[in-house]
Design a protein around this ligand. Structure first.
Ligand code: UDP
Length: 329
């Protein structure tokens, strides 16, 4: 049985990864500092280590107590706005954490890593849908830290033969209703959970950040991908590396775009709630359209997202209505 270290396994996407790995018969070890993650979200792991990736002794303990076959790294701060006002917090946690993790992997002879990257690595896109070879010029420090780690991984492959797959996520949403886990960020900044909180009556309205974009209804268009489809992609990436696949980068998105208004409409239909929406000023740094080409992941990894927008919204609703106060509820 293979043992996988999931760094950041108590976070939103990391916890869904843990649930899937356990379901597929992997042994899972989690490392998380619980700064933004929730211990309650970690289901079925053999052991959870609470500590910081930058702590070399902490990692040494994990790698000596467990025979790790591969690593999946989700551990990062991910608030775009905060990264602009506090870039060193992001370089410190995200980049230094990854340096430390790779050093431990090298020291302990672990040679496979799946890395959680982001569409923010592209910045303002040149064209739609976005392909992996397109220009990468992040417009915020969050995206810049993820891209810096992607570059570091490339050099670590050359120097130490640590092979990697970097996965650039578009807009992750939804939940694993069977595992009883979901999205619980504090503060929450993402559209779908905020719409759910509005449907629950926890907020008076959802703000629509700008309706003067060059899109069909004037609101921003994004590519929403179910968190369970994302987790499946990581597993395929891991299996690809286990088969000897070479290091590579893949987009993870549905390949379809929905506007902010379309998301709100879908949520009204699925929840049966009114969900008041108020147009507000644009949010700084938002590109008008972000849609992934997922062709490369389909061809190389054999990944096809199967859960569409209705499933994303209904699973998000199941989580939020069942856990109105998140994991603390
Ligand atoms: N958005 C919005 N109101 C909100 C939160 C987000 O209109 O309260 C918009 C945001 O401007 C973007 C889209 O919804 O166009 C998705 O934003 P989110 O923060 O969920 O993800 P991002 O695309 O920034 O990764």
């Amino acid at each position: 049985m293979k043992t996988i270290l999931v760094a950041g396994g108590a976070g939103y996407i990391g916890s869904h990864m843990v649930a899937l790995l356990v379901k597929r018969g992997y042994e899972v070890v989690v490392a998380d500092n619980l700064r933004t993650g929730h211990w309650q979200a970690v289901k079925g792991a053999r052991k959870m280590y609470v500590g910081d990736l930058r702590d070399g002794a902490f990692l040494h303990q994990i790698f000596t107590e467990n025979k790790i076959d591969g690593v999946i790294n989700f551990a990062a701060f991910s608030l775009v706005g905060e990264s602009v006002t506090n870039p060193l917090k992001y370089y410190g946690n995200n980049v230094e954490g990854a340096v430390s993790l790779l050093s431990a992997m090298q020291a302990h002879g672990v040679d496979k890593i799946v890395f959680s990257s982001t569409a923010a690595a592209y910045g303002e896109p040149e064209k739609q849908p976005i392909e992996e070879g397109d220009r990468t010029e992040p417009t915020n420090p969050y995206g810049a830290t993820k891209l810096a780690i992607e570059n570091m991984l490339k050099w670590c492959d050359c120097a130490y033969n640590i092979r990697y797959v970097a996965l650039r996520y578009f807009n992750a949403a939804g939940s694993d209703t069977e595992a009883g886990i979901g999205e619980d960020h504090n503060p929450e900044s993402h559209l779908i959970p905020l719409v759910m909180k509005t449907a629950l009556g926890q907020r008076d309205h959802i703000g629509i950040f700008g309706e003067d974009y060059p899109t069909p209804d004037g609101t921003c268009v994004r590519d929403y991908i179910h968190v369970k489809d994302l987790a499946e992609a990581h597993l395929l990436a891991l299996e690809y590396l286990e088969r000897g696949g070479s290091s590579d980068v893949f987009n993870l998105g549905n390949g379809a775009g929905y506007s902010v208004r379309e998301i709100i409409e879908t949520a009204r239909r699925i929840t049966g709630k009114e969900i008041k929406a108020v147009v507000e000023p644009r949010r700084g740094g938002d590109p008008s359209v972000l849609i992934a080409s997922n062709k490369k992941a389909a061809e190389v990894l054999g990944w096809k997202p199967v859960l569409g927008l209705d499933q994303i919204v209904s699973d998000a609703w199941a989580w939020h209505s069942g856990h109105p106060n998140g994991y603390e509820g």
